[in-house]
Ligand binder design. Structure first.
Ligand code: ASP
Ligand code: MG
Length: 397
């Protein structure tokens, strides 16, 4: 058995859905398949626009109901396309499968997947098609899993069924760097869950970070490849199974971030604690944080995703009204450049080399953050591409 997932661009038109059906018909001769699909093309974006045409801040429960219909359209069309070529297929929503979620609307987390209905339906059909991106919470309300969440659905189903997962998209796998930024980037054959998670959360958009996290937790081998292509893709797997451990495996550029600077006179640690409490109460996921204390003032900087701009603005309004003396400035003209590599755990001098590369290219950075296997730098938006290209060239990525 296999779980296959096709992303939005792969099911964007009726012709594409029919081609996928024909491909599934061939594969169904060898194995049973659970197929997860996303909404057609830009459907989810259009649904969000509709909601925003009514309200700047739509009711979140109703927004989730609206967002979930994109995937429901695709599952029905794909099932019809399969019946049309005589392949017994059935489509299921998350409610029918029993994909249980927790957490907030529009960014909920899968906590459990029932397998009974899936297995029953697999007995009587060759292909079972499941709507990605959706689940149901303890109230039986529909929730969605955050943008790109169909990947998570696919990996969660593979984990529950104990099988491998294949993710099909419009790119042929995971590259050392986004080829649009660095055309010489190479395709990676095998990459560890750790590196992939780090890359995904640092802004490489091929996989949704939480799907990789789930894959690691349940040991699901994930293949990422191009839809309906013979070109070999990338395997995401346990680091122990990977033959070559590189110091730096990949780089990424994220230009959809916000850099926030808070200036406070003196040093009152409770202020910082309070500020971050308010930010987290508004469900803003804070990334790189740095603090700089002098005898006269405290400066705290952090970054977050531009997707959370509305929540951040609410949080900042509350903070400004509670702490009128705090100076707050927001900057979206920034980018985050990151490098990832599991070999960095044992290597020295990686940061030094990166600083030298930046220096040689006259690029200044505002912030730097490291994890055991990554280094991220916040630079001016105009320097983002250049910094990535220089780093990729220097590390032969
Ligand atoms: N349709 C959803 C989105 O556009 C989920 C997905 O594509 O994975 O974010
Ligand atoms: Mg998508």
């Amino acid at each position: 058995m296999k779980v296959l997932k096709f992303g939005g661009s792969s099911v964007a038109t009726i012709e594409k859905i029919q081609s996928i059906a024909a491909y599934l018909k061939e594969r169904a001769k060898q194995e049973k398949m659970v197929v997860v699909v996303s909404a057609m093309g830009k459907t989810t974006n259009h649904l969000i626009e509709l909601a925003h045409a009514i309200s700047a801040n739509p009711n979140q429960r109703e927004l989730d109901r609206l967002l979930s219909i994109g995937e429901q359209q695709t599952i029905a069309l794909l099932a019809m396309a399969l019946w049309e070529i005589e392949v017994p297929a059935v489509s299921l929503t998350a409610y029918q499968v029993g994909i249980r979620t927790t957490g907030y609307h529009t960014k909920s987390t899968i906590k459990q997947v029932e397998t009974e209905t899936l297995l029953d339906q697999l007995d009587s059909h060759e292909v079972v098609i499941v709507a990605g991106f959706q689940g149901i919470n303890y109230l039986n309300d529909i929730t969605t899993l955050g943008r790109g969440g169909s990947d998570t659905t696919a990996v969660a189903l593979a984990a529950a069924l104990g099988c491998d997962c294949e993710i099909y998209t419009d790119v042929a796998g995971i590259y050392t760097m986004d080829p649009r930024v660095y055309p010489q980037a190479k395709k990676i054959k095998e990459i560890s869950y750790y590196e992939m998670m780090e890359m995904a959360s640092l802004g490489s958009k091929v996989m949704e970070p939480r799907s990789v996290e789930l894959g690691q937790k349940y040991g699901v081998k994930i293949y990422v490849g191009k839809t309906l292509s013979d070109e070999e893709g990338t395997y995401i797997m346990n680091s122990e199974l990977i033959s070559e451990e590189k110091v730096i495996s990949a780089a990424s550029l994220n230009d959809k971030i916000i850099h926030v600077k808070l200036l406070q006179e003196g040093h009152e640690p409770s202020v910082v604690a309070h500020v971050f409490k308010v930010i987290s109460d508004h469900q803003v996921n804070v990334d790189v944080i740095t603090q700089h204390v002098t005898p006269l003032m405290t400066e705290v900087e952090f970054t977050c995703s531009q997707e959370e701009e509305a929540f951040l603005a609410e949080a900042m309004n509350q903070i400004k009204s509670e702490l009128p003396d705090l100076k707050v400035s927001l900057n979206t003209h920034v980018a985050k450049v990151s490098v990832v590599g599991i070999g960095m755990r044992h290597a020295v001098g990686v940061a030094a080399k990166i600083f030298q590369i930046l220096e040689e290219n006259h690029i200044e950075f505002k912030q730097v953050a490291t994890s055991e296997i990554s280094i991220s730098l916040i630079v001016d938006l105009d320097d983002g591409k250049k910094a990535c290209q220089a780093i990729c060239a220097a590390f032969d990525l």
